[in-house]
Design a protein around this ligand. Structure first.
Ligand code: RNT
Ligand code: ZN
Length: 417
């Protein structure tokens, strides 16, 4: 039986024949950071209240045993996942994941409530991203937060937004790596609204107020995330795609596209190129929609590969922040992270292993026959041998081997919770 290294050498020669240097590709892949979302670890519950609850705006289903109940447990689980994922990445925190003995509400959070996360991130050598939490809270009234007609409700959430940006600035300063702070607001109506405009105007004005405080983009970059529909917001979501395209472009804010937030046949892979022409940066939530849900674990499907191709072919890696966003509580949560993160990296690798210039030439000569034959045949190239070698080089398990690690951890650690 041949070894991983031997198989890599064979693959390397095969790719060299079509003009692809696999060693260079692996160097490139090594530098790609994925922002792994903390919320897969506890089904988006967080630590704001002793046993965080989902009370509106978002939902996860399932009750697989072993969810993290404390920040320490969550960090332990994230470390386990990182040990099975090649490379160094980022962790994406939500405000409800604060780590403090004080009782604080969302409109009171301060950098010190996240100090333990920062110290841990330093130890791990990773960066942090952040999200204000506009859901699962009694101040979410009638399904509304920043777009609520009542000023008192809006003001509560505006304060939360402002404070979140200061936490993010602190992350950026302390860790020497820009923190991307994402604003996703679930506000919307279950049934057909009469007035679609006023809530959107209120959301715009609330956001403007939140962003009125200048924060250096070296430390914090604000991103805004649209959605087509949500739980209890089936008919109308205030923060739609058009809303945030307009908002982001006019305010110099980065637009975040979540793969699960569009019509079923609409794909974000086809939006990346357009957006890149009008915006310096972009951020993605790599996710997977299934019927009404937008948050299944990402698998190696066509859309994941198309997203990766668009980023790589158009040389957008440096301008694109790649975050993950899924939460499945019916499976081992660490396995969910590992599958989703490794798949995202693997899709990028597959895209990097493509002889893009040659394919572009074919297209420019209107040689659609060669384009089709090449792109089809490339699907059979031995990318998995390159991937396995990448894992080996990074001292993480190859192929299926990591599952046993997760099983052992499950038996030893998760079962005790
Ligand atoms: C919800 C959005 C949002 C959340 C996180 C937890 O539909 O995708 O990004 O998943 O903020
Ligand atoms: Zn999202």
């Amino acid at each position: 039986m041949s070894t991983v290294e031997e198989r890599y050498q064979v693959a390397k020669e095969r790719y060299a024949e079509i003009g692809v240097d696999t060693d260079k590709v692996l160097e490139r892949l090594q530098n790609v950071k994925i922002s792994m979302h903390c919320w897969q670890g506890d089904d988006v519950k967080g630590f704001l209240t002793p046993d965080g609850e989902l009370t509106g705006g978002i939902m996860s289903t399932g009750n697989y045993p072993g969810a993290a109940h404390t920040p320490d447990q969550l960090r332990q689980d994230v470390e386990k996942a990182y040990s099975l994922i090649p490379g160094k990445h980022k962790l994406n925190l939500h405000a409800i994941y604060l780590d403090t003995d004080e009782t604080v509400d969302l409109n009171e959070i301060e950098p010190r409530h996240f100090e333990k996360w920062v110290n841990w991130a330093k130890e791990q050598g990773i960066g942090l991203d952040f999200n204000p939490t506009f859901f699962s809270h009694p101040m979410m009234k009638d399904g509304f937060t920043l777009a609520h007609p009542d000023k008192e409700v809006r003001d509560y959430w505006i304060e939360h937004g402002k404070r979140s940006r200061r936490v993010a600035e602190y992350f950026g300063k302390e860790l020497g790596e820009t923190c991307y702070t994402n604003f996703w607001v679930p506000d919307g109506f279950k049934d057909n609204p009469v007035d679609r405009l006023s809530p959107r105007r209120r959301l715009m004005e609330s956001l403007d107020e939140i962003f009125s405080e200048e924060i250096d983009e070296k430390y914090n970059v604000d991103t805004v995330e649209s959605k087509l529909f949500g739980l209890g917001a089936e008919a109308y979501t205030v923060g739609s795609h058009e809303f945030y395209m307009g908002y982001g472009i006019s305010r110099g804010k980065t637009i975040l596209m979540d793969a699960g937030h569009f019509h079923p046949t609409e794909v974000i892979s086809n939006k990346i190129s357009s957006l890149s022409l009008f915006s310096d940066k972009l951020m993605l939530h790599v996710s997977r929609p299934v019927r009404w849900d937008s948050d299944h674990v990402v698998i190696m499907d066509d859309e994941l590969q198309d997203i990766a191709k668009e980023i790589v072919r158009n040389d957008l890696l440096d301008r694109t922040a790649i975050g993950l966003d899924f939460f499945d509580a019916t499976i081992n949560r660490i396995a969910a992270w590992v599958v989703g993160t490794r798949n995202t990296q693997k899709a990028l690798l597959k895209a990097m292993l493509e002889p893009t210039e040659q394919l572009r030439d074919m297209e420019n000569k209107f040689d659609f026959t060669s384009r089709l034959v090449y792109t089809e045949d490339l699907k059979d190239f031995p990318y998995a041998d390159v991937w396995n070698y990448f894992c080996l080089k990074n001292n993480v398990p190859v192929g299926l081997d990591w599952l046993q690690d997760v099983r052992d951890y499950e038996a030893k650690i998760l079962a005790e919770r």
